[in-house]
Design a protein around this ligand. Structure first.
Ligand SMILES: Nc1nc2c(ncn2[C@@H]2O[C@H](COP(=O)(O)OP(=O)(O)O)[C@@H](O)[C@H]2O)c(=O)[nH]1
Ligand SMILES: [Mg+2]
Length: 242
């Protein structure tokens, strides 16, 4: 069964696990000849990431480099990837971390959920069958605590509000690709989950491994400011949704 979907992968300094991860991902895309993976790059990488991407995309036509030096942060990079995917007539768009944190083996589960009619499919580490491995205590605290706090303040009820690895129909992606998101870092996925809460969504189990041990102070500040912004809107009867 061929399905026409896109993957969006922002990359910054990801030379370490590049070969094993992209080898695995290329094998996972083989059954889907119409699928494309958009690798979003900018000037942030100081290692061999760009060179590795050039070599890899030359050998693997399903993989395409999107170079965008205007990216100011990771959220710009994700959205640039979505905009690129939207130009190419795919039916679904799935975003992934490019540091081998996410398992390409989960892709068919995303596609199965889309086929069942879900328009937003969220990877979840905290439901049966999901896991978070090799994560520092700090990261576990941010992931679990962020989920609890977001659900409490925003009235959502997802088991995982802070995970990456999520996918959308292109109709949904077009909505947020043109929306001025307030996140500049890790809160991005939480912000999207909140804004899209009224669509038909499903959480599917994912495994998450070897994330960065820490989260920058600036990212934590941006998360709290964004959370507070939506909380105040909600508390004053001006809830925002897409
Ligand atoms: N192009 C681009 N990619 C980025 C940037 N910052 C992070 N990334 C990538 O975005 C994904 C998620 O970021 P990462 O820092 O790994 O998040 P974490 O795994 O949750 O700590 C990874 O694939 C990174 O390589 C950036 O400024 N530009
Ligand atoms: Mg990562």
């Amino acid at each position: 069964m061929n399905m026409n979907f896109a993957l969006v992968l922002p990359l910054a300094n990801e030379e370490n696990d590049f070969q094993p991860f992209f080898g695995h991902l290329a094998a996972a895309l083989k059954p889907y000849p119409d699928a494309r993976a958009y690798l979003v790059l900018d000037d942030v990488s100081k290692d061999r990431t760009m060179e590795l991407c050039r070599e890899f995309t030359a050998q693997n036509p399903q993989f395409i480099i999107v170079f965008e030096p205007a990216n100011r942060n990771v959220v710009d990079a994700y959205l640039r990837g979505y905009r690129e995917a939207l130009l190419h007539g795919h039916d679904y768009i799935i975003e992934m971390d490019a540091g081998y944190s996410h398992d390409p083996a989960a892709i068919p589960q995303f596609l199965a959920a889309f086929e069942q009619g879900f328009t937003c499919v969220f990877g979840s580490r905290f439901i049966a069958g999901g896991s978070m491995e090799d994560a520092s205590l700090k990261r576990r605290f941010f992931s679990r605590g962020g989920t609890l706090l977001a659900n409490l303040l925003l009235g959502t009820s997802l088991k995982d509000m802070t995970s990456g690895y999520q996918g959308f129909t292109t109709e949904i992606a077009a909505k947020f690709a043109s929306y001025p998101l307030r996140s500049t870092a890790h809160f991005y996925q939480t912000e999207l989950r909140y804004l899209l809460r009224n669509y038909k969504y499903r959480e599917i189990p994912i495994h998450y491994k070897t994330p960065s041990p820490s989260v920058r102070a600036g990212a934590v500040m941006n998360s709290l400011e964004t959370l507070w912004y939506y909380f105040v809107k909600r508390a004053t009867g001006n809830s925002i949704s897409l």
